[in-house]
Design a protein around this ligand. Structure first.
Ligand code: HEC
Length: 116
């Protein structure tokens, strides 16, 4: 019991010590991040390059996995940010989106919104 209490206290201290920039769970942070991504000039060629990781699952046709080709750019950004920040949950996509930086999200959204 005491060990558990100490453990909890240590966890709480860790959480408090975390810099605000990592607290993506707060809506305002997610909103700011969304605005920052939208303000970038996306590099669709870089998106095409990165897309090979995605198209293994997101094929252009068939299957149970949603089609992302031709989706609205902002919707793609929102979905990827959602998985990244935890407002959308899906184990695989959370892992994948968690690794993507702003430039990469912008590039992928630009690429997939432009292809059909
Ligand atoms: C291992 C398979 C896999 C890979 C690789 C993968 N995805 Fe996904 N993705 C999924 C699945 C499954 C879903 C549906 C998840 C759900 O139900 O929320 C999904 C959902 C999405 C959605 C939301 C689509 C919608 O209409 O709701 C987007 C956007 C997306 N993925 C983008 C990407 C991008 C960009 C990459 C590459 C960086 C990628 N995915 C790589 C399996 C994958």
């Amino acid at each position: 019991m005491i060990a558990t209490a100490i453990h909890r206290a240590a966890l709480a201290a860790l959480c408090l010590a975390a810099p605000p920039a990592t607290a993506f769970s707060e809506t305002s942070d997610a909103d700011q991040r969304r605005e920052a991504i939208l303000a970038l000039t996306p590099d669709a060629e870089y998106g095409a390059y990165l897309s090979s990781e995605c198209t293994a699952c997101h094929a252009e046709e068939g299957g149970d996995i949603p089609l992302i080709h031709g989706q609205d750019r902002e919707a793609l950004i929102d979905a990827l940010l959602g998985y990244k920040t935890g407002t959308r949950s899906h184990d695989v996509m959370e892992t994948i989106a968690g690794r993507l930086g702003d430039e990469e999200i912008a590039a992928l959204a630009a690429y997939f919104s432009e292809v059909n």
